[in-house]
Write a protein that binds this ligand. Structure first.
Ligand code: FMN
Length: 364
């Protein structure tokens, strides 16, 4: 079957993409100890500039919320803005487009990564089925402190500051990270939110923080340059919801009214435990461009685009070892495979793979 539709242009809000292959957000732990992006990151992202859109990795919207070995980037200081500007300039110089995923880790953070600061979350419920890398080795996740309602405005203000910093750094837009069991998702899903009051209880309350952050960020960028990512079925980070389809339906409808650039929907569960169809309710209730993610092949992606279900597809792990995935898609037999895992700081090998056009057939 033809995958030609993957290579056709598309408008996502105010963004014009030359193709529908999006690089999904991929944490790589290559910032420095101050969470400042490094020149290595500029090289890495520029290598991937042929994507219709590059979605840069989860980036700390505010200080003190590190979850990834203390080496994820931030976007709240002048030095981080300057570091990111090198990245966005490098991608733009190659003719690409790049958005930033702004993020708060919530209970997935650890005090050993944050100068002793206890993680915060909607409720005092910790991640029980996994451990976190710290400078002292792997440790159990900690019990988070329940955020007070009167602290919520500071969280929203943090995202607004990050959105402004992302503008100063030359990004083409931002994505609000509402997925994968981080703070906004912890509020959203019933398994991690046992609050009472305005941000707990019924779905409308649990979705309030995600929507308030989205509205505030739209206030900075305009709706046409703001995307939102959700993962209603993903159990990663000990996540569960009582009604993933209902959640998708409600959030999709709310975001539709806001006319955001696109809804970035992770359709499945990393671990295959929670199953269901969230693409159909998202398509039915979100009128704007829907971007699909998780486990798509080029053929399935093109079929979903041809059917009008998706506007584009974002690819994750394939982009780890295929910087030129757009070119490689045309020849799936040549796709290189590489580790799906997070890299350790300083691990630089993978992104330096020579581009496909120059060294065809090279495998990791
Ligand atoms: C190494 C690695 C890092 C990731 N980092 C992020 C991230 O920072 N933000 C995010 O939303 N998703 C992240 N993800 C999830 C991917 O963006 C994507 O949703 C996932 O890999 C599923 O898509 P795929 O089947 O095309 O790989 C990461 C995945 C991997 C493998």
């Amino acid at each position: 079957m033809s995958i030609a539709s993957l290579f056709t242009p598309v408008a996502l809000g105010d963004l014009r993409l030359p193709n529908r292959v999006i690089m999904s957000s991929l944490t790589r732990c290559r910032a420095d100890a101050e969470h400042i992006p490094t020149p290595l990151m500029a090289e890495y992202y520029a290598q991937r500039a042929s994507a219709g859109l590059v979605m840069a990795e989860a980036t700390m919207a505010m200080e003190g919320n590190s979850a990834f070995q203390g080496r994820e980037p931030g976007i709240y200081s002048a030095a981080q803005i300057a570091g990111w500007k090198v990245v966005t300039d490098a991608v733009h110089a190659k003719g690409g487009r790049i958005m930033l995923q702004i993020w708060h880790g919530g209970r997935a953070c650890h005090s050993l990564l944050n100068n002793g600061r206890q993680p915060v979350a909607p409720s005092p419920l910790r991640i029980e089925n996994d451990e976190i890398y710290t400078p002292e080795g792997k440790k159990p996740y900690e019990m988070p402190r329940e955020l007070r309602d009167d602290e919520i405005p500071d969280i929203i203000a943090g995202f607004v500051h990050a959105a402004k910093c992302a503008q100063a750094a030359g990004f083409d837009g931002v994505e609000v990270h509402g997925a994968n069991g981080y703070l906004l998702d912890q509020f959203l899903r019933s398994g991690s939110n046992r609050r009472t009051g305005p941000y707990g209880g019924p779905l409308e309350n649990r979705a309030k923080l995600l929507l308030e952050v989205t509205d505030a960020v739209i206030g900075v960028w305009g709706a046409g340059r703001v995307a939102v990512r959700i993962s209603p079925l993903n159990s990663y980070n000990f996540m569960k919801d009582g009604d993933p389809v209902g959640l998708t339906t409600y959030v999709a409808g709310q975001l539709s009214r806001r006319k955001i650039a696109f809804l970035d929907l992770m359709r499945a569960d990393f671990f295959g435990q929670q199953k269901g169809d969230v693409v159909t309710p998202a398509r039915e209730h979100f009128a704007g461009p829907l971007v699909g993610n998780m486990g798509y092949t080029a053929a399935e992606a093109a079929a979903a685009i041809d059917a009008g279900t998706l506007a584009a597809v974002s690819f994750g792990h394939h982009y780890v070892s295929n910087p030129d995935l757009v070119e490689v898609q045309a020849r799936p037999d040549s796709r290189r495979t590489g580790p799906k895992d997070f890299l350790q700081p300083g691990s630089e090998r993978l992104h330096r793979l020579p581009v496909f056009g120059r060294l065809m057939g090279l495998r990791t």
